[in-house]
Design a protein around this ligand. Sequence first.
Ligand code: ATP
Length: 627
Amino acid sequence: MHADRPPPMVLSMPPTSPSGGSFASLWRLKTYVRPYRWQMLLMFAVALGGTLVGVAVPLLTKAVVDGPLRHGERGELWQLGLYALLFGLAEAVLILARRLTLATTALGIEKDLRDQLYAHLQRLDVGFHDSWQSGQLVARMTSDISAIRRFLGFALIFLVVNSVTFAVVGVLLIVIHPLLGGLVVVLSLPLSYVIFKYERVYRRQIRAVQDQQGEVATDVEESALGIRAVKAFGRAGFLTERYLAKSRELRGLQLTQIKTLAEIWALIIAQPQAVLALVVLGGGAAVADGTLTLGTLIAFISLYLLLIWPIESMGWLLAASQEANTAAERVFEVLDARPRIRGSSHGHAAGQARVTERTRPDAADGAGDAEPRLVFEHVDFSYPVALDRSSGTPILTDVNLRLAAGETVALVGPTGCGKTTLTALVPRLYDVTGGRVLLDGTDVREMSLTGLRARVACAFEDPTLFSASVRENLVLGRPEASAAQVEEALRIAQAQFVHDLPWGLDTRVGEQGLSLSGGQRQRLALARAVLGRPPVLVLDDPLSALDVHTEGLVEQALRAVLAETTGLVVAHRASTVLLADRVALLGPHPSGGHTVTALGTHHELLTAEPAYRDLLSQSSDLVEEGV
Ligand SMILES: Nc1ncnc2c1ncn2[C@@H]1O[C@H](COP(=O)(O)OP(=O)(O)OP(=O)(O)O)[C@@H](O)[C@H]1O
């Protein structure tokens, strides 16, 4: 890595050095090849058939030269000519069959691998995605998988076919003329050694290129997604510089890789030509001496010429194999990552594994004696800073909070104190590192993920809309929602503006669709969360992007929703705080991280907690009202 290179935009990076044996990762692809084994076998058989037919032609030539030509027998010539024609036709048909099977097989394996990688990425937890650059994942899904397809559909077949050609032709050459044949075989040994040496160097170089391609893809993606910020802050120049530096580095790495490849190719091309010159010289002398027939020399040279393309293509084939091996290595790095957040295999709904009286947190943490719906019990949390390390700096320490059914609690605290983090523990975007979160008495880790997420709906601070219709975006978490439920959710979130969009609820929004304002997006995200009236609603500053008038209307409707559901609401603004029955104030914990330092109604905290008053001091109307 260059010293002047900017630090990565992620907390940790996936492994970047090659691991395992030379072709260890390619070998692991066998599971994906197995369903296509018959097609693969057919491909090998057809390719080998084509090669053997090709080998037969020089032998036929020898028969023609040493037989009919030498003895002037025309009848035999016609027969041999017919054989040559049949062999030629057979070769053409076999090549056609190979190409047709190859396309469907290789594309089928590529699709299976890509589909599985995509599904795996969806299964992996948020912590994994936090620590991987998205460009690296995109590069693995696209260019790496294509490199694997090229290998399986072409390089692998020819590696096998070429090896068989070497063996068959090598034996035939020795049989035809042991001395010349032996010379050809012995002279090919140093070349094999040099190729083996180069292969290790090339492997490292190709991995560096592929990783750098991921870096460049990340830069392109970031600047495309963040184009508004880039323009607004006039940072296009800075980002272009950063991109150019990475692009230059990629070019440098590619040039080094090409230089290595060029050296291997030069050797691979020079060696057979030099051997051919020796064969022509030695063979010519033997024919002149009468120790070798002309037909044998022609057959020998024709057979040797059959080896030239396989030898020359070895450079390309080895390069393609190495590229595919490192590509497979990079794909398996993702496939091998295990989701750290999994639903319980029992998949039971709330109700089992109830909290005993002994383990219940203090009643002072809220919710009185009623059976609490949502409980944070001695919760600790720290973000995993690296894939292989389990914990970093504590963010939350010993958080205790109980929310009764139907109660709404607002989370208030200085910026960066962990409010959003605390809400993310409910739908298990992250798992607690200590303590537990209970929903209706069941540890959320003991529930099935589908069950849990059907009971908990969230609206995040940054409302993400997908490239899909408004309706598809709305029913994301509840595909079964009725039209009436969608309408109700739109009313609660004051998002009826969607009916005025060019195609109403069918209008495409998101990245490739119509651009919506921040407030509009926030209202859609809110409608998505309240759709189907989930038992637990987690809202991260739901009113932040709304104008005063809309805010009032949303607040009113949301109040009605929150009266019937249990709500955990991150509040930065005093108006949001007023949606809640009680407020949990987050502040520093003596042993690091943040915890709930005060709990009570808005008015209680205003009177008793100077820190709370300070935090809300900007909303002076509420402070005055409270006091
Ligand atoms: N994905 C992440 N990986 C590592 N650290 C994170 C991650 N997300 C947040 N943090 C860190 O955790 C801390 C708490 O962040 P969080 O977003 O929960 O705070 P917050 O109270 O919601 O802040 P704000 O009021 O500004 O929205 C911050 O120090 C932040 O840098």
